[in-house]
Write a protein that binds this ligand. Structure first.
Ligand SMILES: NC(=O)c1ccc[n+]([C@@H]2O[C@H](COP(=O)([O-])OP(=O)(O)OC[C@H]3O[C@@H](n4cnc5c(N)ncnc54)[C@H](OP(=O)(O)O)[C@@H]3O)[C@@H](O)[C@H]2O)c1
Length: 289
């Protein structure tokens, strides 16, 4: 699937106990990388570590716990990663999901916004010093799992938390638009560095995500289940962006991919919105840096 050999590389994969995150983490470990799995549930996380070690024979697989609906939890976990890894070669911002109804976290943020976007944004920001350490030695990558769902609707900067007109698909779609925009804006911020960012759509993939996002997601998942990709197929572009030496991958330049090719994006995924989102996100995570 990929031509890279990852021995000595440190990979961090969020949402790594399930679905395409688990498949990708297993592949990175199989190719010799040291892989840090970031998961919210200790039991599921430990099971994933054990399964990856058993199937790959690579014992350099570790577990870090954080609930991505809490910026404080992500910040604390990021501090542990910073202590343990003097360099991080690849960060995969993959954790995410949908929410059946609008809820607000103890930190006062809409749950999908913080889980799918702000937590990855904060994690990336906090890990940047060790990411840049790795960039001194070779090409470093930051991959964001976005979605075709980003086509749902443009961002409303007056109401990023969707106090008005919440729906599961709108909240999910906008968070995935944020992933795409963040990858692109981050590339601009790191233009002079040896870092490549990217985002991708995995396709509709047969993973547990469809059962976790409320009734609508469950029904949608059941209807399209027969047509979905396997986790192997769904993680192919993910693994390619995170590890291949293919020039289209190493030259991803902040762009959005599907099936290893640059893909069409929504017209409202503008550079201006990417800049505005960056600024708004900086403000929202400032207390947790
Ligand atoms: N499957 C698809 O068709 C599809 C299509 C487009 C995009 N995606 C994107 O692909 C990514 C991976 O999803 P998947 O399909 O592989 O689904 P999945 O199997 O449900 O994996 C999602 C991962 O994110 C974790 N996660 C969710 N909420 C979290 C939280 N609050 N804190 C920490 N971790 C959390 C999950 O942990 P738990 O196991 O504890 O829930 C799980 O490890 C997501 O970003 C999703 O939006 C999927």
């Amino acid at each position: 699937m990929t031509d890279a050999v990852l021995s000595g590389k440190n990979y961090v994969v969020t949402g790594a106990n399930s679905g395409i995150g688990l498949f990708a983490a297993r592949r990175f470990a199989g190719l010799g990388a040291n892989v840090a799995l970031v998961c919210r549930n200790e039991e599921r996380g430990r099971a994933a570590v054990a399964e990856i070690v058993a199937t790959t024979g690579n014992e350099n697989v570790s577990l870090y716990l954080a609930d991505f609906s809490s910026l404080a939890s992500v910040s604390e976990m990021a501090d542990k990663l910073l202590l343990d890894f003097p360099k991080i070669d690849v960060l995969c911002n993959n954790a995410g999901g949908a929410n059946g109804s609008r809820t607000v976290t103890d930190e006062g943020l809409e749950t999908t916004l913080v889980t799918n976007h702000l937590s990855g944004f904060l994690l990336t920001k906090k890990l940047l010093p060790v990411i840049l350490n790795a960039a001194d030695e070779g090409l470093v990558r930051i991959v964001f799992t976005s979605s075709y769902g980003h086509f749902n609707s443009a961002l409303d900067f007056e109401d990023l938390g969707l106090e008005q007109g919440y729906s599961t698909l709108k909240a999910y779609g906008r968070s995935k638009l944020m992933n795409l925009l963040t990858a692109r804006e981050l590339q601009n911020h790191l233009a002079e560095k040896n870092v490549v960012t990217s985002s991708f759509h995995p396709g509709a993939v047969r993973t547990p995500i469809w059962g976790k996002g409320g009734a609508l997601a469950r029904i949608l998942g059941l209807v399209i289940y027969p047509f979905m990709k396997s986790t192997e197929q769904g993680s192919d572009t993910f693994i390619w962006l995170a590890s291949s030496q293919d020039k289209a991958s190493t030259g991803a330049q902040g762009q959005y991919f599907y099936e290893r090719k640059r893909a069409e994006i929504a017209k409202f995924a503008t550079d201006e919105d990417a800049r505005r989102l960056w600024q708004a996100s900086e403000e929202l995570v400032a207390a947790y840096c």
